[in-house]
Design a binder for this molecule. Structure first.
Ligand SMILES: NC(=O)c1ccc[n+]([C@@H]2O[C@H](COP(=O)([O-])OP(=O)(O)OC[C@H]3O[C@@H](n4cnc5c(N)ncnc54)[C@H](OP(=O)(O)O)[C@@H]3O)[C@@H](O)[C@H]2O)c1
Length: 293
């Protein structure tokens, strides 16, 4: 039977390289993005390497919860799902709200993968052993660990808010792994390290994204960002590919796969019960799934 895999934000950057790796390992990969032309180009590249089923593109803006729900319905209609890679991520220089009126960093980096995952659990259960991979980031180290509300107290700093949304998603990921333990659906987080992509070549060039204290050190901070995100996306995709496919992880769950594509300790705060409670409460309230509604 065809082994289906989905990679969100899979038409460019690290996501496309992840999709290429999965296609080369025999998966029929569906990549998700907003732009149809970019999608068509990605499908062409995937068709050139696939050793499994045909690749596909599905259009969705993952900043919109209605789009995420519609995407989940289309994917669910296709049947069992072996691998779901929630690769979407975004950092914004200025505070933005989504069409749903939710702060965009939290919506794209956490609520969207949360809602897509919860909506596809039946399809993942129907394909066991199956895997969920949520793409994380070292920016978690700069995160405020408070989840009483969608927006943390204090000013808007894109890099720190991005790290906090990734922390929310990692806390959810590790909690989900426990919830699904023994079900045959295993759950991993993957930290790609850094790569030169649209994300890092754009927003990360602006000093606005860091707190005033770090802004004083901007030349140093900027050099650190540049150095750590200079590598190729193909190398950064290894952590997701290993998390999604490597036999050494069979039967294991709840691990963070680091930039060297091996398990590493989870970032501080990601297993704090207060963080998990806050993140789950916000997620259920803002992106209700089935029984939450
Ligand atoms: N690059 C790094 O150094 C780095 C470091 C740590 C973690 N990460 C994480 O790795 C993942 C991939 O990062 P990346 O650097 O490859 O990002 P990227 O360059 O921004 O990714 C581009 C891809 O994202 C899609 N995309 C962007 N916004 C979207 C939206 N709202 N809805 C649907 N698709 C969307 C784009 O397609 P369209 O434009 O057609 O929508 C394209 O396929 C993210 O989760 C990121 O947080 C990256």
């Amino acid at each position: 039977m065809e082994q289906r895999a989905v990679v969100t934000a899979g038409t460019g950057g690290i996501g496309l390289e992840t999709a290429m790796g999965l296609a080369a390992r025999g998966f029929a990969v569906t990549v998700v993005g907003r732009d149809a032309e970019r999608g068509a180009r990605a499908v062409e590249r995937l068709a050139g390497v696939t050793t499994g089923g045909e690749p596909h593109f599905m259009a969705a803006d993952l900043a919109s919860l209605a789009d995420v729900r519609a995407l989940a319905a289309r994917l669910a209609a296709e049947g069992p799902l072996k691998v779901l890679v929630n690769n979407v991520g975004a950092m914004f220089a200025d505070r933005q709200r989504t069409v749903d009126g939710i702060e965009a960093t939290f919506a794209v980096n956490h609520l969207s993968p949360y809602l897509l995952t919860e909506s596809l659990l039946d399809q993942l259960r129907a394909a066991v052993p199956s895997r969920i991979v949520n793409v994380s980031s070292g920016a978690i180290r700069a995160a405020k660990r408070t989840f009483d509300a969608v927006e943390p107290p204090g000013g808007y700093y894109g890099f720190h808010w991005y790290g906090r949304a990734k922390l929310a998603n990692l806390a959810y990921t590790l909690d989900l792994a426990e919830r699904l333990r023994g079900s045959g659906v295993t759950v991993f987080a993957a930290d790609p390290g850094g790569a030169a992509t649209d994300l890092t070549n754009g927003t990360m060039r602006s000093p606005k994204i860091v707190s005033p204290a770090l802004r004083l050190l901007w030349p140093l901070v900027r050099r650190t960002f540049e150095r750590s995100t200079a590598g190729p996306a193909a190398l950064a995709a290894r952590s997701s590919i290993v998390a999604a496919t490597d036999a050494s992880l069979d039967g294991r769950t709840g691990l963070l796969i680091g930039p060297e594509a091996t398990p590493v300790p989870a970032f501080r705060g990601s297993t704090d019960p207060r963080t998990i409670d806050g993140v789950l409460r916000l997620s259920r309230q803002l992106a209700p799934v089935g029984h939450d509604r």
